[in-house]
Design a protein around this ligand. Structure first.
Ligand code: GLU
Ligand code: ZN
Length: 490
C-alpha cells in the first residue's frame, strides 16, 4: 500500500511541542515508507483564525527543516489544501448524506436548543446534547422548508443502540457505544460552513490519506469519524493516536511547565536539530543506547512499532542536554554565525564589529563550546575577549596558601611568558609553562591562577592558552600591567 499521511493543524495558535511532534511523526512515517506527507490547513473555525498563525506555521517548519510533499504552499494533486477554499465540496458531501438518509436537516433555533439544554440540566437528565427533534421529520417536508428559505443545519444520523468498533494501531481494538457519542452532531452549519468532523473526514478520504497519526485528545472524536466514513460508504484510514506528552508532574504539558511554543524555544537559543531530536523521542524508542539522531537517521528508523503506549514525559533538562550536544557539534564559523545576533544584542563589539572582532569571535567558539547549553550564553562567556574586564579584588589573584607579594612575583613571572604563549599551540604552551614553573620552583596552578585572573577577570574562565592567542601578546601584557599596578597599590 502506498502510504499517505498528513499534518492537519488549525491555525488558531502558535505551533507548539505537541503539534510539532505530530507533524514530525507523520513526516517520519511517510519517509520511512517511501510515502507522501501532506500539510492541510484546517481553518474552518474562522473566529479563532489568524493569518499570523499561518505564518508561524510556515516559519516554524522551515526553521526545523521539515518539508511536506503536498501542501498549500507547494500544491499537489489534491489541491487546494486549505479547507476554507474547499467549502463547496463539504456542502456537496453533506447533501449526499441527505440523499442516502444518513444525515438530516435540523431546523431547530438556537433558542430551542438552549431550552432543551436547560431542561436537561434541571431534570438532571442522563441525556445530554441535542434531543434528535428533527431526526424523524419526513425528508420531503424538510426539503420543502429548506426550499422556502428556512435556515437549517445538516446533522449526522448516528445509528442508535449500536456499538462502533475500530482498531487503533497503537491502542488496539476500541469499542464505543453509540449512545456515548454526542447525539447527531452537526456536519454543516446554517451558514454553509462545515464543522471540523465533516471537513476532516471528507478531506482525508478525498486526499487518499491512508494513516491518521494524531494526538490522543482526538480519540473521542474517532468513533464519530468512523461512523461518518461508513455513512459515506468509505473505508476509514488506519488510525494511530499518539502517546500523550506530559510535564514532569504527570499533567498534560502546558505553559505552566515552561516553554511550549516553538517560537519561545527558538528565542531561548535552542537549535532546531536539538528540538527535533528530542521531540522524535517523545513517545517512541529507536535504538538502545543511541541518543543522537539526525532527521535522516530517524526517517530510516521510524515505524509505528517504535511507538510507546505510555505517555511521554517532557524533560526540559534532557532537551537542554541535547542542545549542548548539538552546539558542540557545530563548526566554529557556523556556531559563531548562530550566536552573533545574541552578541550584537549584548553590544559585545561596540557600535560596529571590526573584521578582527569577527575573527576573534569565531576563534573563541572552541573555547566555550563545551561550556554552554544555549546560544544566548555565549556572549557573556566570551565578553572578556572584546572589552577590558574589571580588575578583580587582590584576594581573587592570590593562590591558596600564598600571599600578595608572592602573587605579584608569580604574575611577573607569567608576564615574561606571554610572548611565547601567544604563538604556541595548546600542547606546546602547556609543555612550556610546565617547564617554566618547574624551573622557577612554583606549582603550575599557582603560576596560572594570577595570570588567568589578570587576563580574563575571573578565576574560572574558558581555556587560558586559547584566550591568550586570541587576545594577542600586546593586550595580554596591558592587562597584566594593569593588574600588577592594582596589586601593588594595595
Ligand atoms: N485540525 C485538527 C487539529 O487541529 C486535526 C486533528 C486531526 O489530525 O484529525 O489538531
Ligand atoms: Zn432540530
Amino acid at each position: 500500500m502506498e502510504i499517505k499521511d498528513r499534518y492537519a493543524p488549525s491555525p488558531t495558535g502558535l505551533q507548539h511541542i505537541g503539534g510539532v511532534r505530530t507533524a514530525l511523526f507523520n513526516y517520519l512515517f511517510a519517509h520511512s515508507a517511501g510515502g507522501t506527507f501532506v500539510l492541510r490547513l484546517e481553518d474552518t473555525d474562522r473566529t479563532r483564525f489568524d493569518e499570523a498563525f499561518v505564518k508561524n506555521l510556515y516559519d516554524t517548519f522551515r526553521w526545523l527543516g521539515i518539508q511536506w510533499d503536498e501542501g498549500p504552499d507547494i500544491g499537489g494533486p489534491s489541491a487546494p489544501y486549505i479547507q476554507s477554499e474547499r467549502f463547496s465540496l463539504y456542502r456537496q458531501y453533506a447533501e449526499k448524506l441527505l440523499e442516502t438518509g444518513k444525515g438530516y436537516r435540523c431546523f431547530c433555533s438556537a433558542q430551542r436548543l438552549e431550552a432543551v439544554r436547560k431542561a436537561q440540566e434541571e431534570a438532571r437528565s442522563s441525556e445530554t446534547g441535542y434531543d434528535r427533534h428533527c431526526r424523524s421529520l419526513p425528508p420531503e417536508e424538510a426539503a420543502r422548508r429548506a426550499a422556502a428559505g428556512e435556515p437549517y443545519v445538516i446533522r449526522l444520523k448516528i445509528p442508535l443502540k449500536e456499538t462502533t468498533r475500530f482498531n487503533d494501531r497503537l491502542l488496539g481494538d476500541i469499542e464505543w457505544k453509540n449512545e456515548d457519542i454526542n447525539p447527531d452532531p452537526v456536519l454543516l452549519k446554517s451558514d454553509g460552513f462545515p464543522t471540523y468532523h465533516l471537513a476532516n473526514v471528507v478531506d482525508d478520504h478525498l486526499m487518499g490519506i491512508t494513516h491518521v497519526l494524531r494526538a490522543q485528545e482526538w480519540l473521542p472524536s474517532t468513533p464519530l469519524h468512523v461512523i461518518l466514513y461508513r455513512s459515506f460508504g468509505w473505508e476509514p484510514p488506519i488510525f494511530c493516536h499518539l502517546p500523550m506528552v506530559m510535564g514532569q508532574d504527570g499533567k498534560k504539558l502546558s505553559k505552566r511547565h515552561g516553554a511550549t511554543s516553538i517560537d519561545e524555544f527558538r528565542r531561548q537559543g535552542y537549535l532546531p536539530e536539538a528540538l527535533l531530536n528530542y521531540v522524535a523521542l517523545l513517545g517512541a524508542s529507536y535504538e538502545e543506547g543511541k541518543d543522537m539522531y539526525t532527521l535522516q537517521e530517524l526517517s530510516v528508523r521510524f515505524s509505528l512499532e517504535k511507538l510507546n503506549k505510555a505517555p511521554a514525559v517532557f524533560d526540559y533538562k534532557k532537551l537542554e542536554w541535547y542542545n549542548g550536544q548539538y552546539i558542540r557539534m557545530k563548526r566554529d564559523e557556523e556556531l559563531a554565525a548562530l550566536a552573533l545576533p545574541y552578541a550584537v544584542e549584548k553590544n559585545l563589539f561596540g557600535a560596529d564589529m571590526t573584521e578582527d572582532q569577527r575573527t576573534a569571535f569565531v576563534h573563541a567558539m572552541p573555547l566555550i563550546k563545551e561550556r554552554v547549553s544555549f546560544l544566548h550564553e555565549i556572549p557573556d562567556k566570551v565578553a572578556y575577549l572584546f572589552s577590558e574586564p574589571p580588575v578583580p579584588a587582590a584576594a581573587e589573584f592570590i593562590p591558596k596558601k600564598s600571599n600578595l607579594p608572592k602573587t605579584v612575583e608569580l604574575l611577573t613571572l607569567g608576564r615574561g611568558l606571554i610572548e611565547a604563549l601567544a604563538v604556541f599551540s595548546d600542547a606546546d604552551a602547556e609543555a612550556f609553562i610546565k617547564a617554566e614553573a618547574e624551573k622557577a620552583g612554583v606549582k603550575l596552578g599557582d603560576l596560572m591562577m594570577p595570570l588567568r585572573v589578570a587576563l580574563t577577570g575571573s578565576r574560572v574562565s574558558p581555556p587560558l592558552f586559547g584566550s591568550i592567542r586570541i587576545l594577542g601578546a600586546k593586550r595580554c601584557l596591558d592587562r597584566i600591567d594593569h593588574a600588577l599596578a592594582s596589586l601593588r597599590g594595595v
